[in-house]
Design a protein around this ligand. Structure first.
Ligand code: SF4
Length: 344
């Protein structure tokens, strides 16, 4: 049994940035989208749909691996995420956009791939141990969480996904999927497609405490926050602690407000840097400038989102159309899998 991550097998794991092929990416419906999601994932999805065949799905079964006790939140979260993504620019007429649990064959293939995935591979996945540690107060040491990488492999292979957009730190996760595919193909013939990582350049987005923006750290600005909430949250951000009085020079490179200016304020980015360093710019004014730009940036999104909210059934309609579109590919893959495994 070859352990995942063996360097001898890494060759070809990462696709060139301009690689062509079918792209697959999923999103867990765990709550409101924040600015970190927006620049880390959503904008990438909108860009990739321009020149790739894209399959995007809402990973509601994945959410159960850690939130199995909160299923009452799921329908609302799924609906909300679907509308957020569409308002952000994901175009359901262009991509195949569906809900994971609408494709019941995902569960079937997950069972089958589970049969050939060595337990040791799953137990060694660092994120498994991290999750167990981070969620120690909750009872998540379950088979579902351990088998998360198998379910992920199914998501990709069931639609014959070739490219999976990931950050550099996630390439090793995909390597496990590649190992599972190789093991399956060794046993049953060349049936499943080995996916490659499409390295995406996601800026690091700091939250109000300077750490990575994350819902669990309660340091986010959400993309559907109204103007008051945006201004209040921006005011709560830490800045350079050495810049205390007006006239004190600041260090923009360590300030999360300046990092966000890099995303929202191309018009005053250099000006902000100069005037922070010289001490001429008070942090209060700098934060006000940023809040103005975040409010303006998300105004068209919020308008489209409000429009979609006026017809609440639209999310289900979009996902039903996605389910119909993904069906043909899934049936094709499952026919090949069942045939190769001599199953009925
Ligand atoms: S002036 Fe702006 S960039 Fe400089 S420390 Fe204050 S908030 Fe940060």
């Amino acid at each position: 049994v070859t352990p995942p991550g063996d360097d001898a097998h890494n060759e070809g794991a990462v696709a060139a940035l301009d690689a062509k092929g079918r792209v697959l990416t999923g999103f867990r419906p765990t709550g409101p989208l924040h600015v970190g999601h927006w620049f880390g994932n959503v904008m990438n999805m909108v860009r990739l749909q321009e020149d790739h065949e894209a399959f995007y799905f809402i990973a509601d079964w994945h959410m159960l691996t850690t939130h199995y006790d909160r299923t009452a939140e799921l329908p609302g979260n799924v609906r909300s995420l679907a509308l957020d993504l569409v308002a952000a620019g994901v175009d359901p007429s262009r991509v195949t956009f569906y809900r994971q649990s609408d494709v019941k064959e995902v569960a079937e293939l997950s069972l089958l791939l589970g049969m050939i995935t060595p337990l040791g591979w799953l137990e060694r996945v660092p994120t498994y141990k991290e999750r167990l540690r981070d969620m120690a107060e909750r009872d998540v040491a379950n088979l579902g969480l351990l088998g998360y990488p198998v379910l992920q492999t199914v998501d990709i292979t069931i639609v014959r996904g070739e490219l999976v957009p990931v950050g550099e730190d996630q390439v090793s996760h995909l390597e496990l999927s590649r190992e599972i595919v190789r093991r399956f193909n060794r046993h049953y013939g060349d049936v499943l497609v080995e996916p490659r990582a499409l390295l995406s350049k996601a800026p690091s987005v700091p939250g109000s405490d300077g750490r990575k923006m994350s819902k669990s750290l309660d340091n986010t600005i959400d993309v559907r926050d109204d103007e008051d909430a945006i201004r209040r949250k921006v005011r709560s951000f830490i800045t350079d602690p050495q810049k205390v009085r007006l006239g004190d020079p600041g260090r923009p490179e360590i300030c999360p407000i300046f990092a966000l200016h890099g995303l929202f304020s191309p018009d005053i980015y250099e000006w902000t840097e100069e005037n922070c360093r010289s001490g001429a710019l008070p942090c209060v004014e700098c934060k006000g400038n940023l809040a103005d730009r975040i409010v303006a940036y998300y105004a068209p999104f919020r308008e489209r989102r409000d429009e979609l909210d006026r017809t609440p059934e639209v999310a289900e309609t979009i996902l039903a159309e996605g389910q119909a579109k993904v069906r043909a590919v899934v049936e094709d893959t499952m026919k090949a899998v069942r045939g190769a495994m001599s199953l009925g």
